[in-house]
Ligand binder design. Sequence first.
Ligand SMILES: Cc1cc2nc3c(=O)[nH]c(=O)nc-3n(C[C@H](O)[C@H](O)[C@H](O)COP(=O)(O)OP(=O)(O)OC[C@H]3O[C@@H](n4cnc5c(N)ncnc54)[C@H](O)[C@@H]3O)c2cc1C
Length: 385
Amino acid sequence: MAHFLVIGAGIGGLTTALALRQAGHEAAVYEAAPKLREMGAGLVLGANTMQALQRLGLAEAVASLGEPLHGLTIFDEAGRVLLDVNAAPFAARQFGQLTNIALRHAALQHFLLRQLRAGTVHTGKQFTHFTLDPAGVTAHFADGSTATADALVAADGLHSRVRRQLLPEARPRYAGYTCWRAVVDASGLNLPRTGRFQETWGRAGRFGYVPVGEGLVYWFGTLNSPQPQQPDLACYTTADLRRLFAGYHAPVADLLHLTPEARLLWHDIVDLPPLRRYAHGRVLLLGDAAHATTPNLGQGAGQAVEDAVVLGQCVTNGAAPEAAFREFERRRRHRTHRIVSRSWRVGQVAQWQHPALIAARNALLRLTPRFVTDWQTQFIYRTRF
Ligand SMILES: Cc1cc2nc3c(=O)[nH]c(=O)nc-3n(C[C@H](O)[C@H](O)[C@H](O)COP(=O)(O)OP(=O)(O)OC[C@H]3O[C@@H](n4cnc5c(N)ncnc54)[C@H](O)[C@@H]3O)c2cc1C
């Protein structure tokens, strides 16, 4: 049995601790926040992610936390359908009962936390750096404390401190657009339960929404902005967003109207240019720390969950952590790189603003044959555990 330190208690870190425990190892999680933050966002978990969760025995319980989702419909500003992707047949063929799920990020995170033994997650532990010695790895925390184990898994997200120590030159890359999100109580709107993620691609930007259960709806809106971290955008209110998306078809204005300012989340969209290595001796990068992606395929958290399951498999049969980490890298690098680059390209096209480009894109979307959308779906669902 090996002992692992896991840095970060996001979806990636918590699932990793579970997978390591199920593989017969000890795992302790160290999280900087004083308590798990209630991230007021929604998530889509693809059927591939649900299959990964099934390997951990969690798929059914996670499915009950959200709403089933069978596809994606893209509209123009006026509400005309540009593309309708039906993912259900693939999911059924490949994964049987499993389907995509839309749920609240916080619901998933708290559920995962409850699956771990009390005392596994140590909050208020801001990792600063690690040191190596022949016996293992020691993590150092901002409060002066340390923890030592056989190996360390970095699940500390996009701005990973662990990655900064290993690869200081690897920096997040700004995608050229910014995003507001919220989860709101939309039970009063009586939105039809279409089982679809609905996105509108218009001149101002993209607006998408999906029900996440219990009358709640998760929405996002994007806007092109040449520079990241624009102070004027940081001050945007829902009234500004209503002006931005004025003229978009229903229920865009209603969802914005229902959103309390305190619920509004704002993030520039960034990813991590593909890394050559995830395994660094006794230290492994995983989840967003290794391969943060733009959200256009809805696969960031999903890939972190896939990582955790594969890592659990790599550490079985008494493999030393260094060898298990190398095996993890061999199995995960290609798939995660493909997701990151495909998602980046989808985002660039979806954010086109020039009227001629929009017209050409929309015409193409309307004509997209079924086999092309099927192929895209297959690519995301093609996982091997
Ligand atoms: C707009 C948007 C929409 C998205 N939509 C989807 C979607 O639909 N589906 C999907 O699958 N994914 C989606 N994602 C991506 C998804 O949220 C992330 O990929 C996922 O949460 C990454 O999980 P993680 O555990 O790797 O990292 P994180 O969730 O970032 O967790 C990292 C944890 O490490 C902690 N930490 C950081 N630094 C330290 C430190 N020094 N010491 C200790 N702890 C530390 C943090 O507090 C945090 O708890 C979306 C992302 C965005 C921005």
